[in-house]
Design a protein around this ligand. Structure first.
Ligand code: NAI
Length: 302
């Protein structure tokens, strides 16, 4: 079996005091990584604060013979991001991998959504990944090595009733992931997104019972460990993982329809099914590639 090369690497896992983050932190440590167990110890809605959750996971890792330190800073501020990475530098002198996992829920239908419910969810999920990754970025670049993970969600990919705030945050992470993959490439910094499916306090009353039994977070963590490792060169990927199921999600652009003259809106209405068809479509690698495809469809050589 391939050696992942995680030994001695320094990984920061946010929201590692429970659920998926705890499982990721434990597995990374078991593979020899030195881990910052970050958790603010909030409730599911992001309220409250406590150091017990992070401390408990740090202790579990140490008892199992691994190396870990606890961090209680919140990802929702720039200062929090700096402090979390500061803990890694202080304890271990470097940072190699950032697993942006901390999360909360403020589910509400769009009709009833209030500003605070939007702000709080965006701050933790979307801004949080910016804050922690931004603080780590100069160090990853300087080391010419980095593994960044974001935690997206089926909700961000496909939508879900009552979760416009969460869906927008999770979909926003895809833009961050794809673009960091491009900006990091020169420095061997990869960035990938994981859309997990796991039994946790976040999903215990949402997912169907028989599925929950199968969905221990431990099924997701091997993928996280691989994506954090030097062995993995994949970047800009979006992967679904849960209960032993692993798959890549891709954005396809259909073959499309081309007009030589500005069409009437009615012409588009007539051909809308064809325009929407994705069969035979392709997956653009990045914006340049997507633009080249449009140019090619228009018969323009770039
Ligand atoms: P969880 O609620 O067990 O864990 C989230 C952790 O984040 C908690 O320990 C909490 O204290 C911590 N946290 C909250 N706000 C924080 C902040 N501002 N700074 C630092 N830590 C903070 O939930 P779970 O299920 O383990 O979720 C982990 C991630 O996976 C989340 O981003 C979630 O949105 C995502 N996810 C989970 C799914 C699932 O099936 N469990 C499905 C899709 C996405």
């Amino acid at each position: 079996m391939a050696d992942l090369g995680l030994e001695g690497r320094v990984a920061v896992v946010t929201g590692a005091g429970g659920g998926l983050g705890r499982s990721h932190a434990r597995l990374l440590a078991a593979r020899g990584a030195r881990v910052v167990v970050n958790d603010r110890g909030t409730d599911r809605a992001g309220r409250g604060f406590g150091s017990d959750a992070a401390d408990a996971v740090r202790d579990e890792i140490r008892e199992a013979g691994g190396e870990a330190v606890a961090s209680y800073d919140g990802v929702e501020t720039w200062e929090g991001g700096q402090a979390i990475i500061g803990t890694a530098l202080e304890a271990f002198g470097r940072v190699d991998a950032v697993v942006n996992n901390a999360g909360i829920l403020r589910d509400v239908s769009f009709k009833n959504l209030e500003a605070e419910q939007l702000d709080t969810v965006l701050k933790v999920h979307l801004y949080g990944a910016f804050h922690v990754t931004k603080a780590a970025w100069p160090h990853l670049r300087a080391n010419a090595f980095g593994r960044v993970l974001t935690t997206t969600s089926g909700t961000g990919l496909y939508g879900n009733f009552g979760q416009t705030n969460y869906a927008a945050a999770k979909a926003g992470l895809l833009g961050l992931t794809r673009t960091l993959a491009i900006e990091g490439a020169k420095y061997d910094i990869t960035c990938n997104a994981v859309a997990p499916l796991a039994a946790s306090r976040m999903t215990e009353d949402v997912l169907p019972g028989p599925l929950l039994d199968r969905l221990r977070p431990e099924w997701v963590s091997p993928l996280v460990a691989y994506l954090c490792s030097p062995a993995c060169q994949q970047t800009g990927r979006v992967l679904v993982a849960g209960g032993g199921y692993y798959a890549r999600v891709a954005l396809l652009e259909g073959p499309g329809v081309t007009f030589e003259e500005v069409p009437a809106a009615e012409d588009l209405a007539d051909r809308f099914e064809e325009i929407c068809a994705v069969h035979g479509g392709q997956e653009p690698a990045d914006l340049d590639d997507a633009t080249r495809r449009v140019a090619a469809a228009l018969g323009i050589e770039l």
